[in-house]
Design a protein around this ligand. Structure first.
Ligand code: BDR
Ligand code: CA
Length: 321
């Protein structure tokens, strides 16, 4: 018999692929979404709140509290990704304004309340810049006693997207990401190395788009959205699950191959800022021998993903009746 659903809180910057994550999370019986918190990232934070509420409404989700969070990173100005997610952050699909409203407390307050109120430890799933999570950890450090793990979309072992080496969520607020990595709870980094690989085949995307069910059709339209910037993959008609893969990794950790590795965020100004430096060396190098070891967080880093397994898992929940 299946166990109790896992209590989760999603911190997002909805966002085309954050929407795909929400559509999955609220439909999968193995998850109990206790709150959704919003942060500036793909678009401004008010746009993120609006998009999040619209997605939850379209999904027919229960009464999940949604809160507005940080409107800019800890240090840098906000730098929205409208060239990827459209001016409204949701692919400019012309979606209706939501009738739902956010709760009247801020994201950090809602996170604290829901984490401490949960009868069993919560899994946090940040799919956005980590500003809200850093503010939470510094304001209410006691929350870690009721967080079982954090599975975040961010970082990259190999190649970045915001810069040659930095992934967008970490690059947008590197100091916040550094706070997250030292939270003192088990952390899984669902980075670009796996994020970019989980693609829904074109035939499935077209089937979703043709559905008479609004939430399924929305999923199809979001998968079919293409960034305005030129795409080296040309007109590949498959659709990336993006952030939704991180939620799949909570439901089905067996689909992910991870390794516990030291990870550090580069906070230096210049070309490495926002890079997640993942130490995959088998033995200490000269730096350790000559200067002693640097203190680095150990993070479960996603190195491989069973693409078909996650696509099937996601489709099953989003299309299921
Ligand atoms: C991340 O950045 C955003 O554009 C996506 O929503 C995802 O969370 C990928 O770098
Ligand atoms: Ca996101």
């Amino acid at each position: 018999m299946a166990g109790q659903p896992i209590p989760v809180i999603i911190d997002c910057d909805t966002g085309v692929d954050d929407a795909l994550a929400l559509l999955f999370a609220v439909r999968h019986p193995g998850l109990d979404v206790r709150a959704v918190t919003c942060v500036a990232g793909n678009t401004d934070v008010d746009g993120v709140v609006r998009n999040t509420l619209t997605v939850l409404e379209t999904a027919g989700a229960g009464d999940i509290p949604v809160a507005r969070g940080a409107e800019r990173p800890l240090i840098e100005p906000a730098r929205p990704a409208s060239h990827v997610h459209g001016v409204d952050g949701m692919g400019d699909l012309g979606l209706p304004a939501p009738t739902r409203r956010p709760v009247d407390v801020d994201a950090v307050t809602l996170l604290r309340r829901e984490i401490l109120a949960s009868p069993t430890p919560v899994t946090l799933i940040p799919t956005a810049p980590l500003t809200n999570i850093a503010l939470l950890l510094r304001t209410y450090p006691e929350v870690v006693r009721n967080i079982s793990r954090i599975v975040f979309m961010g970082g990259a072992v190999a190649t970045g997207n915001a810069t040659p080496v930095a992934e967008f969520n970490v690059w947008h607020d590197p100091e916040a990401a550094a706070v997250l990595l030292t939270a003192g709870v088990p952390i899984t980094m669902y980075g670009l190395d796996v994020f970019q690989r989980v693609l829904v085949p074109a035939g499935d995307v077209e089937r979703l788009r043709a559905s008479s069910e609004p939430r399924v059709r929305l999923a199809g339209e979001l998968l079919a959205h293409r960034p305005s910037a030129p795409d080296p993959d040309g007109d590949d008609p498959s659709g990336g699950l993006g952030d939704a893969g991180a939620v799949c990794a909570v439901v089905d950790p067996g689909g992910l191959t991870t390794a516990l590795l030291p990870v550090e965020v580069s906070l230096a100004p210049g070309p490495t800022r926002g890079q997640t430096v993942v130490d995959r060396r088998a033995r200490p190098g000269e730096a350790e021998i000559h200067h002693g070891e640097r203190e680095q967080a150990l993070v479960d880093v996603a190195l491989d993903v069973d693409v078909e397994r996650y696509v099937k898992l996601w489709l099953g929940a989003v299309e299921g009746s």
